[in-house]
Design a protein around this ligand. Structure first.
Ligand SMILES: [Zn+2]
Length: 139
């Protein structure tokens, strides 16, 4: 399983992560599937709807997911995942992330160290929700 992010798409995600620092940013990934590769062609910035602990957590309401789903359909694309940032934390899913993730979607995480986006790694939740498996990010 691979996640293909064009340099433009990756730049948008990193810029969003930098802007929201020290809070977590989040957004939706739209694109197409080509065999085991997901090709992300469009990004929608979403609001982090958490009112507390926004340095450590993010929340996307069902209304925002529905909006992203509709926007994808209108563009002839699929909603394939959600990105978020980890301010001053590695690009590895937290226990909170595991509890709130759904199988199928891709979850790229970008680590932001002292305001600067660094590692970007992507994850998919296992079907039994016991943990994440990393997927390869390519350009
Ligand atoms: Zn997280």
């Amino acid at each position: 399983m691979r996640l293909r992010l064009s340099p433009e798409v990756e730049a948008v995600i990193r810029a969003h992560a930098r802007e929201e620092y020290p809070h977590e940013c989040c957004g939706a990934l739209l694109g197409t599937e080509d065999g085991d590769t997901r090709v992300i062609t469009q990004v929608i910035r979403l609001a982090n709807e958490r009112t507390d602990q926004r340095e450590r957590r993010f929340y996307v309401s069902p209304q925002q997911v529905l909006m992203a789903e509709r926007q994808a359909r209108a563009a002839g694309l699929l909603l394939l995942g959600f990105y978020h940032s980890h301010p001053d934390h590695p690009a590895v899913p937290s226990e909170y992330d595991r509890e709130h993730a759904l199988p199928y979607y891709s979850y790229p995480i970008v680590s932001v160290v002292q305001g600067e986006p660094t590692d970007l790694r992507s994850w998919r939740l296992k079907e039994d929700r016991s943990g994440f498996e990393e997927e390869r990010v390519c350009h």
